[in-house]
Design a protein around this ligand. Structure first.
Ligand code: M6R
Length: 617
């Protein structure tokens, strides 16, 4: 979950590292630090680190030496071992100061390693698991081994998954990096006379689009002249750089106060780009260009299990209904972190569809590893070109949402629904379940989707007004049925993660089996009730809530005056075909959460305790 960056080149490293940490801050933001080698007045290691956001580090750097150093590493932390503090912030050094390390992951056997190292005379400066890595490496560099070899032998002693970057005054100009398991990626960036390493593309793209990704158990040594790679057994590794097509400009906030709002507003375009990349309208056709070997195997599929976490799991829940109803193949969903440990039965003909915008979520990657071991077919839905999930799955359906920076996922949810819709249509086409005319009809519906979403986003007055009315609520209930049930779950997740209001998403039919006991005047309900989502059933749920004094906000299709009259507050969305409703109904809930969080003064883009990409268990 932490952000990692390293720079070796000819330019001053500090501003490059600080800018990169800003670009990575969404990965973790409880402390940050940098280490540079070779200060203006000669050699030496200068480490500066501060608890809190990057701005605190920047203030400290103003009075720190090392401003002309051209090699350095930087880290933004999401704490796992040791509370957020200056001391526990990365980078960490060995006791002799010979090795400096930044790390993403958890050293699962750190307690045993720490006592062994202490017994051998090492002294620890922090409470972190990461510091053990610096001491272990130092034992090797002291015995004369080069830094890369010291790192290679050290990772053999660590349990867990890791991304590690290190440097040493004994090898000025060089940075070494290793990736072990699924704790997070290591990307190597090839600039003009300079090289970068980072946990993800956001830190690299402002400098170069030429990148290479380390696989698990691969290591790299970079200096300003280039990179060399080895495998975990010490043999040379071939890692080819390639050009990634992401536009760095999309990483900027532009006119918007927050990335979340920008990304909500980008949805019509993101949807359009994703739709255009997967379907043609005239002639109507589904083309999934990255499905690879899975293209020819879709008719073999007899059962589908969709997995994901958080928002991506909610997308998977919608995808399940798409697949069952458009391809006739039984489908189920599972939380990836449960799937991986439950020894799932995956018979022949089982397709596992993973959904992950980052493609780096550790629970998803581990679940995919289980599916692979059991020889299931795999397709992944992903927004990140070349991410880990795309390298494990037999085929990928990419979403074209552009970089998503807000911790609360918005455009990646709705674009993932497009990918799942297109996959379901393609499966129905491949196994003969869907006639050509029906496919063409669905494609027409998809083509009109971006406009419908744009209409929802035209006027924010209703969301602001509702936020003013409800911002001090302590609890919220979100209800939906059918395709609107996962939308209700997603609405509740959005609200709780950015506004810290307790919110529950429920299948509306479940309400009277317990949750209704909570309802009173201070416990508002959002009922997601577009025309096709078993609307008439929801009417009785709304009446039951109101009979107990609860206030109800309804999300209804335009023209549904009956529902609007019944509810206390109504948000209207365009009346759209059934399969398009979950896309359109989600957007008002994103806006409602955003404006409630804003009214409460919350840090919308960096909510407490969260990180954008969850690479630890
Ligand atoms: O990158 P992924 O899609 O795999 O991420 C999964 C979840 O961590 C993510 O959706 C999380 O729930 C978001 N913060 C939700 O807004």
């Amino acid at each position: 979950m932490c952000g990692i960056v390293g720079y070796a080149g000819a330019r001053p490293a500090t501003p490059i590292l600080v800018r990169a940490l800003r670009d990575l801050e969404y990965r973790g933001y409880d402390s940050a630090g940098i280490a540079v080698l070779g200060s203006a007045d000669g050699e030496g290691l200068v480490i500066t680190k501060r608890v809190g956001k990057i701005v605190n580090l920047e203030s400290a750097l103003d009075s720190s030496p090392g401003n002309e150093a051209t090699v350095g590493i930087g880290h933004t932390r999401w704490a796992t071992h040791g509370r957020p503090s200056d001391l526990n912030a990365h980078p960490h050094t060995s006791c002799g100061g010979e090795v400096v390390v930044i790390h993403n992951g958890i050293v699962e056997n750190y307690a045993a390693l720490r006592s062994a190292l202490t017994a051998r005379g090492h002294t620890f400066a922090s409470e972190t698991d990461t510091e053990t890595i610096a001491h272990l490496m130092e034992e090797r560099t002291r015995s004369g081994l080069p830094l890369l070899e010291a790192l290679r032998l050290t990772i053999g002693e660590l349990e867990g998954s890791h991304a590690i970057v290190a440097m040493s005054p004994s090898e000025p100009g060089a940075i070494v990096a290793a990736r072990v398991g699924n704790a997070g990626g290591v990307v190597v960036g090839y600039g003009e006379g300079e090289m970068l390493v980072a946990s993800d593309l956001a830190a690299i793209l402002p400098h170069t689009q030429q990148v290479a990704f380390l696989a698990s158990h691969q290591l790299a040594r970079v200096d300003r002249g280039g990179a060399a790679y080895i495998n975990g057994d010490g043999s040379p590794a071939t890692v080819e750089p390639h050009r990634v097509p992401i536009d760095p400009v999309s990483a900027l906030k532009g006119q918007y106060e927050h990335f979340m709002l920008k990304e909500i507003m980008e949805q019509p375009e993101a949807l359009s780009d994703t739709i255009r990349s997967l379907v043609t309208i005239e002639p109507a056709g589904i083309h999934l260009p990255d499905l690879g070997a899975m293209s020819d195997r879709l008719s073999e599929v007899r059962r589908v299990i969709l997995i994901g976490m958080g928002t991506s799991l909610h997308a998977a829940m919608v995808g399940r209904a798409f697949i069952e109803r458009l391809s006739g193949v039984p489908a189920e969903t599972d939380n990836a972190s449960e799937f991986r440990y439950r020894d799932p039965v995956l018979g022949p003909g089982t397709l596992v569809v993973s959904v992950s915008q980052s493609g780096e979520t550790v629970d998803v990657l581990e679940a995919m590893a289980v599916a692979r071991a059991k020889q299931a077919m795999q397709i992944t839905i992903c927004n990140t070109e070349g991410a880990q999930t795309t390298r494990v799955a037999g085929g990928t359906v990419y979403t074209r949402a552009g970089l998503e920076r807000g911790v609360a996922s918005t455009k990646c949810f709705t674009t993932a629904l497009v990918a799942l819709y297109a996959l379901a249509l393609r499966m129905g086409e491949a196994n003969g379940y869907l006639a050509r005319e029906r496919i063409a009809g669905h494609i027409q519906d998809l083509a009109r989707l971006p406009d419908a979403v744009a209409r929802v986003l035209q006027d924010h007055t209703p969301y602001r007004a509702l936020a003013n009315h409800f911002y001090d609520a302590r609890h919220f209930l979100f209800l939906g049925r059918g395709l609107a049930f996962p939308v209700a779950m997603e609405g509740a997740l959005k609200l709780k993660e950015i506004s810290y209001i307790h919110a529950e998403g429920y299948a509306a039919g479940e309400m009277k089996h317990g949750p209704i006991a909570l309802v009173d005047r201070s416990f508002p309900t959002v009922a997601v009730a577009p025309a096709h989502a078993l609307r008439s059933k929801l009417v009785s749920n709304i009446e039951q809530i109101q009979a107990r004094g609860g206030e109800v906000i309804v999300v209804a299709s335009e023209g549904d005056d009956e529902l609007a009259a019944l509810a206390d507050h109504a948000i209207f969305m365009p009346a759209v075909p059934e399969f398009v409703e979950p896309f359109v109904a989600t957007v008002p809930l994103q806006c409602l959460s955003y404006y409630i969080a804003l009214r409460r003064g919350c840090d919308v883009d960096q909510p407490r305790n969260l990180a954008k990409t969850v690479t630890v268990e």
